[in-house]
Design a protein around this ligand. Sequence first.
Ligand SMILES: [Zn+2]
Length: 483
Amino acid sequence: MKQIPGIKKEAFDLIDKNEDAIVTINDSIFAFAKIAMQEFETCKLVSDVLKEQGFTIETGISGFPTAVLATYGSGSPIIALHTEYDALPGGSQQAGVTERKPVVEGGPGHAEGHNCGAAVMLGALFAIKEVMERHKLGGTLKFFGVPAEELVLPRPFFVRDGYFNDADVVVNCHIAHDLSTTYGVRNYGNINAEFEFFGKSAHASTSPWTGVSAVDAAKLMDIGWDVLREHLPLSQRSHSVFMDAGVVPNMVPDYARIWFMFRNSTSDGVRMLFEKAKNVAEGAAKMTGCTWKAKITAAPSPGTDNQRMAEVMQKNIDLVGMPKWTDEDVELAKRIQKAAGVPEVGLLPDVTPLKKAVQDTSSNDGGDITWVVPHARLHFPSNVPGVPFHHWCAGISPATPIGHKGALVGAKVVAGTVCDLLTEPGLIDEIKKSFAAEMEGIEFESLLPDDAKAPVGLNKAVMDSFRPELEKHYVKKPVKFVK
Ligand SMILES: [Zn+2]
């Protein structure tokens, strides 16, 4: 049996004692299933829970109506925590059911388990602030509840607007199939851009020669980009969808909109792709006689994590250990794996050792934070090994005992890490030195344009259409934390 030092033991005991509250938060946000920019119920739940615990609440930061900034305590160190809580369009799936069974047909759902991240953070925050109070520990907690991660949206805005300027260190968590952390560059930068083309409408049969088709320009841009792809560095990833592509065939369409994502391993590599895409758009517009414009809608940098922070987090991972999985948990995991068509290996019994990150091609809007403040990211095991996110099978475990147990160990690791940051003399200075060494010679420049604005109202119509059906499945149980 591992010996848990005093203050941490209190924090862990508080988390165990409040399992019911943490699970209720987890399952409530799962049931809300709100997609990007429409997380109003989630934002309210998170705000209400933290307000009751004495946090000062600010919503709507950087113009994102469903973002929360909750602050507790005073003075240094200032420890920021953040996690996302949005769902995915079309991701609706009944928890624990291993055939395709949406809660609401065609509706949104947590096919990436962001509901669990919020449960981890609220559980951890309760325990941390409680031990801070009991032991009169100085310091400030700042929790950022993040909307619209699936559109890699808000956090570059938060950084741009100075919300992380005074933070000493930052702790983040994300659902995974293991209990782990890494250091170094972990994922890709990404520019999301919309290209609009403007033509001239005409009767498509009686006078097509008087028309200028904006859809033709968008098609040519897409084809042009595909041809160019052969001559782009192998590191790049780019993908597009048509957002507006005409209304009826017998009318020459005067408007078209195509949405591209340009990803690369470095921010300069992402910028290079976007610059080339603008040339392709210009060419397509010239060929067809259209005019065009481009707008960057989201633009996170790659994410990197600090090694010293990761070491501190790993110590807590080793201390907490994996959840005690039951035979039923393992059996459910295998059924989920079978449904997803991946090896039926069950659940991991052991924590993952600390290692340097292997950069993958995904993106997360938290990237910008990691270049301005020392940052650690926890992966906690509420998903099942091998099951890919954004697949309906990844929406099965986040509101089952697997999801709950994963969230509980996640909360303990976050709480333990913050306890170390608050109480170990000199630790934060050490982390800052290590961060300064990692960032030597790097001049961080965000990919986000200075004038970018939050897309308020995005997804409103679609969310309004599903809300009445979703409401029938909300968890009707108050969240009650006990000291
Ligand atoms: Zn995610």
